[in-house]
Design a protein around this ligand. Structure first.
Ligand SMILES: [Zn+2]
Length: 262
């Protein structure tokens, strides 16, 4: 039996136009260091015949102000442009716990959040307070995740899990210890939502790691896993690349915000 064909969308809710290549790329690939690069913020939607599965929860306007990011709308409002009723969503995948992926959790009051056990262990463990890790998260988000866990609303995964027929999460590590990606069976083939396993096309397609990681070999391992899963390299969707919005068809009426990947 063939797997069902699902729809996949990328939806932009914010941006950081002021970054440089030197900030974003590790090692040799960081040159020229002062080349300006825009970084976009997205959430993703997997639409199956039965349900909408959301990937990542973005961040709020208040957090955007605190971190000096451009914020166009709440992730939940961005999803609503595609007809998603966030109160009805039952599954939200959290790729990892950096502030720009877990900031708007309460917009999904009836969801279970799919997380890797190793991600929770790391951010509640001994090294999370160290500057180079702590600067990338918000304590209030981690506290909220602990509360959600105690309320039975975290679905812990250790490795791989099928969320619906043809929709799977895969632990890859590298960027964070519990970094996970999502593979989806679609009419175009298998799409991979990389999130921060590849911020830009230049990471996974150029074999050039992003500047931030907890495990550099793990970052390369993630590239290998994504290439192995995706039906073609152009079906790997980077987590922060502005080019996603130009490579795929805009959803009518949402130009500059939402594209249909498949
Ligand atoms: Zn990240």
């Amino acid at each position: 039996m063939t797997e069902p064909m699902h729809e996949v969308y990328a939806i932009k809710f914010g941006e950081n136009p002021g970054g440089t290549r030197g900030e974003y790329f590790h090692g040799c690939a960081a040159d020229p260091r002062d080349q300006s690069m825009q970084l976009d913020y997205y959430v993703w939607l997997v639409r199956t015949a039965e349900a909408d599965i959301v990937v990542d929860a973005g961040f709020t306007a208040a957090m955007a102000q605190r971190r000096k990011r451009t914020h166009f709308r709440a992730p939940s409002e961005a999803l609503a442009l595609l007809g998603v009723d966030c109160a009805a969503v039952s599954q939200v995948v959290l790729s990892h716990f950096h502030y720009d992926h877990v900031g708007d959790l309460d917009a999904f009051p009836n969801a279970k959040f799919i997380v890797q056990s190793s991600e929770m262990a790391f951010w509640t463990g001994r090294f999370a307070s160290r500057l180079e890790f702590h600067r990338l998260i918000e304590a209030e988000d981690i506290v909220r995740l602990v509360e959600l866990g105690l309320a039975g609303r975290l679905e812990y995964v250790d490795g791989e899990r099928e969320l619906a027929p043809g929709v799977r999460v895969h632990l890859v590590g590298g960027h964070t210890p519990g970094m996970q990606i999502v593979s989806i069976a679609t009419a175009r083939g298998t799409v991979v939502l990389a999130a921060d396993s590849s911020h830009f096309y230049g990471n996974v397609c150029g074999d050039a790691p992003f500047a931030v990681h907890t495990d550099l070999p793990g970052t390369y391992h993630a590239f290998d896993v994504m290439h192995g899963l995706a039906s073609s390299p152009d079906l790997i969707v980077p987590g922060h690349d502005p080019e996603v919005l130009t490579r795929f068809e805009p959803v009518p009426g949402t130009e500059g915000t939402a594209v249909r990947i498949a």
